[in-house]
Unconditional design. Structure first.
Length: 413
């Protein structure tokens, strides 16, 4: 009977469904994928591994500091006109270079610099502070409805539809409007944020990153279910270098600090009645979100209010697909001060079967693991493939885990 030890590392790439069915090489630093998780995230390197655990709890920002929160997407209105004609039925409104920048359908409109009630588009052409207007379409084409106006700095503004992205360099009166992409647009007016010289946004295909002056890079190909709803709202946490995407169809932490090509996606849930916050902002460099008229933040001193769990695998227990095996031992270490963690092992004759059993909670064997270095658990759970699920209702953090697998005879029906 052959015995193999498999080191299980924290999956730094988060939920990774499209590439979950693989086996890590023995004694390698390659992490097993996570086919599902909730309310967990990475915590940065400790020695040669990535530590992870439950997300922090939510706490209200003190009333005395509520006014200091900077809203990522402040609400603006298009003022009525004292001069000229203000845009009718403006669906998206923002501020750029001391102008009100508004959109109605495929048309965009800008007020005069510093005089937001001046909408006279027929002023002297040499007057670069004049009100101006335009359309997001090439000659002979019918433009799409503008969905988002994204001022990045005092010299760059992005304007998007559902399927196109445009960049305005300089002032609307004499600047240069360029087409960036005919493939990626923005699903809604708040589905974007500015992060370290990058524009992060949600398109109809998923999460996208765009470095200023370059083409967009599609990010969430491994998450076909990533929410792409018009009410999506994004915010950036500068302290953790991660992005939060909130939607009524799912909220995610996107750890963009792990690399622009392969960020980690972690599903999260929040202890509020509504799934989508009223607003998202930043306070002291960290993400803040508004619920019930007041701002809140994640607080490491507060345990996660909702259960957290993460699945490791599928990992191959047997030597090959036609050989059976069983997990003879499981060694686990959790951070000091961690809450009790329940480890549950699900097995199956195939990677798909093990995952299906874990998702449905069928046939698992469970054991409670306290903080620190744990005694050896001998589950003797039989199957060619396995999923290990860690779950807890308290604050916990992962250090290390190792499974000892024994290979038996030929796999039988």
């Amino acid at each position: 009977m052959r015995t193999v030890a498999k080191q299980i590392y924290w999956p730094v790439r988060g939920v990774e469904q499209s590439s979950a069915y693989h086996d890590a090489a023995p004694d390698s630093q390659r992490t097993y994928a996570s086919p599902f998780a909730l309310n967990v995230c990475t915590r940065g390197p400790i020695e040669s591994r990535e530590r992870g655990g439950s997300r922090p709890g939510v706490a209200a920002i003190p009333i005395a500091h509520q006014a200091e929160v900077r809203d990522f997407h402040p609400a603006y209105d298009a003022p009525s006109a004292d001069v000229g004609d203000a845009p009718v039925a403006a669906s998206v409104v923002s501020r750029y270079r001391d102008r009100v920048f508004a959109a109605s359908g495929a048309d965009w409109f800008c007020s005069r610099v510093g005089k937001h009630r001046d909408w006279d588009y027929g002023a002297d052409y040499a007057d670069i502070s004049r009100a101006c207007a335009g359309n997001l379409a090439f000659a002979g084409e019918r433009g799409e409805t503008i969905t988002a106006i994204m001022p990045i700095d005092n010299g760059t503004l992005y304007v998007a539809t559902q399927h196109t992205m445009w960049r305005l360099l300089g002032d609307p009166a004499n600047g240069d409007m360029q087409l960036v992409s005919r493939e990626y647009g923005v699903v809604g007016p708040n589905a974007w944020c500015n992060a370290n010289r990058r524009l992060l946004f949600v398109s109809h295909r998923g999460f996208v990153s765009l470095t200023y002056g370059e083409m967009p890079t599609f990010q969430s190909g491994g998450l076909p279910f990533f929410p792409t709803d018009p009410e999506t709202i994004l915010g950036f946490d500068a302290k953790e270098n991660c992005c939060y995407s909130f939607s009524s169809h799912g909220s995610y932490l996107v750890d963009v600090g792990m690399g622009t090509q392969n960020p980690a996606f972690w599903p999260i849930a929040l202890p509020f009645d509504a799934d989508v916050p009223q607003a998202v902002g930043t306070y002291d460099g960290a993400i803040a979100f508004k619920y019930g008229g007041s701002w809140h933040q994640f607080d490491d001193s507060v345990p996660c209010e909702l259960p957290s769990q993460i699945a490791f695998g599928p990992l191959r227990v047997s030597a090959s697909d036609d050989v059976d095996g069983f997990i003879a031992e499981l060694h686990a270490t959790f951070a000091e001060g961690s809450a009790d963690v329940t480890a549950t092992i699900y097995t199956g004759h195939s990677a798909e079967a093990a995952t299906r059993n874990a998702v449905n909670g069928v046939g698992g064997v469970a054991y409670t693991l306290p903080a620190g270095w744990n005694p050896v658990w001998r589950p003797r759970k039989r199957g060619a493939w396995a999923i290990v699920v860690l779950s807890s209702t308290g604050k916990w953090a992962f250090e290390a885990m190792r499974a000892v697998c024994r290979h038996t005879g030929r796999l039988r029906p």
